[in-house]
Design a protein around this ligand. Structure first.
Ligand code: FAD
Length: 389
């Protein structure tokens, strides 16, 4: 029999329409040709040519692709998810760049910004000529952003922002930071141009995960901004949380891309590696591992697709995004580690993508709501009891 991919085994393509298949295929080709040849090198060096890459991703229509107008592609949520999957099949860092730009920074401006803010920022961000970041997390407040200390005070007709944000993707390469801060009127969002006096974004080095992604601290030392810098329509924590819901949705699909790449690598490796005079793939233990991983990957994709359809019908609820984010990332990291065993010692090198994906997925497990927080959200939905505190 001819070997089948997981997608073929589950007949997944039969669930996608023409446009979705076309977006998936063009993104896959772009990622294979333009990113895959370089990504292990970027990971090793701990760098990412974010601006050049953003211009290319923008040219492909992949930045803010599920938003309408202002130069955005206006694609379906499911198409956006499929593009995330293909990008993360190459590296979670690339998908992170796209998630932060499109689902966090652009979505915040699109949903909560003034007409003037949208006109100024969205077209260049969609084209990848301007980069954005999203500053919610602080050194002392990650899972519980309600405790944030960054403040914005009203002073002589200006806003004055002070505080520190931590672990901010795209932070040191961004032209504009969406910064969430405490005001007398609750938590509000602000657009902070990177050249504002008092604003700096030192890069965080020595990461062992998401090395092909820029991560920075945002330091705001009495940054003075005009009244028009505030996002007028976002009030309270529901503003940033709705942006996170968008980015988490992309991860539901994205993480499965990393898992698929690991599984394809392991199947390929097991087919050519001989142990005890036989291909590794011919041993029952190997096949049991591969079968179990294929099952989780296929089930994960079915769940992701179901959530995508719900989102396209505007019916997707926050606890359902938690189901998908928790499942996809937890299973993806388990698959990456299991695939690493199949590659033996070769699995620990950068010659193969498997441990790079596994290491990246450690960040994906933690950001956009840790696995534990998503368990608590699901637990709350099941019991009606909040166990957050
Ligand atoms: P903590 O909140 O301190 O959690 C530590 C542990 O305690 C976790 O296991 C957590 O699940 C657990 N825990 C917390 N509360 C509870 C509870 N009630 N019950 C049980 N267990 C609990 N943030 C941004 O704002 N913008 C970004 O662009 C961004 N990019 C990131 C990029 C990377 C590479 C990484 C690693 C992080 C990024 N983050 C970003 C931050 C990320 O969102 C936070 O790290 C995450 O929310 C967790 O916060 P924390 O690290 O402070 O962990």
């Amino acid at each position: 029999p001819v070997p089948q991919s997981v997608s073929q085994l589950f007949s997944l393509d039969s669930l996608l329409d023409e446009e979705e298949l076309a977006i998936r295929d063009t993104t896959r080709r772009f990622a294979a040709e333009r990113i895959r040849p370089h990504v292990a090198g970027w990971f090793e060096a701990g760098t990412l040519p974010a601006r050049e890459l953003a211009a290319e991703l923008g040219g492909m229509g992949l930045l803010g692709m599920h938003l309408e107008g202002y130069g955005c592609a206006g694609m379906s949520a499911t198409s956006y998810g499929l593009a995330c999957l293909e990008l993360e099949a190459v590296d979670s860092g690339i998908r992170s760049l796209v998630s932060v730009q499109g689902s966090l920074a652009m979505f915040a401006i699109h949903r909560f910004g003034s007409e003037e803010q949208k006109q100024q920022w969205l077209p260049p961000m969609a084209a990848g000529e301007a980069l954005g970041c999203f500053g919610l997390t602080e050194p002392d407040f990650g899972s519980n952003p309600a405790g944030m200390r960054t403040s914005a005070r009203w002073d002589g007709g200006d806003w004055v922002l002070s505080g520190t944000k931590m672990w901010i993707t795209n932070g040191s390469v961004a032209d504009v930071a969406v910064v969430w801060a405490r005001t007398d009127d609750g938590i509000r969002g602000f657009l902070v141009p990177a050249d504002s006096p008092g604003f700096s974004a030192p890069e965080i080095k020595h990461k062992l995960s998401l090395r092909a992604s820029v991560t920075a601290e945002l330091v705001l030392e009495d940054v003075r901004l005009p009244e028009s810098a505030m996002l007028p329509e976002a009030r309270g924590l529901s503003g940033p949380l709705s942006c996170l819901g968008e980015a988490r949705f992309g991860i539901v699909f994205g993480a499965l891309g990393a898992a698929r790449d690991c599984l394809e690598t392991a199947i390929d490796y097991a087919g050519s590696r001989e142990v005890f005079d036989q291909p590794l793939a011919a041993f029952q233990l190997t096949q049991a591992k591969l079968a179990d991983m294929a099952l989780e990957l296929g089930k994960g994709q079915l769940l992701a697709l179901h959530l995508g359809r719900l989102k396209d019908r505007h019916e997707l609820r926050a606890e359902q995004v938690s189901l998908g984010k928790l499942n996809s990332v937890r299973e993806a990291i388990a698959i990456a580690r299991e695939c690493r065993t199949i590659l033996g010692a070769n699995g620990i090198t950068l010659e193969y993508p498997v441990l790079r994906h596994a290491n990246n997925l450690e960040s994906v497990l933690t950001y956009e709501g840790t696995s534990e927080m998503h368990q608590l959200v699901i637990g709350q939905a099941l019991t009606g009891e909040s166990a957050f505190r």
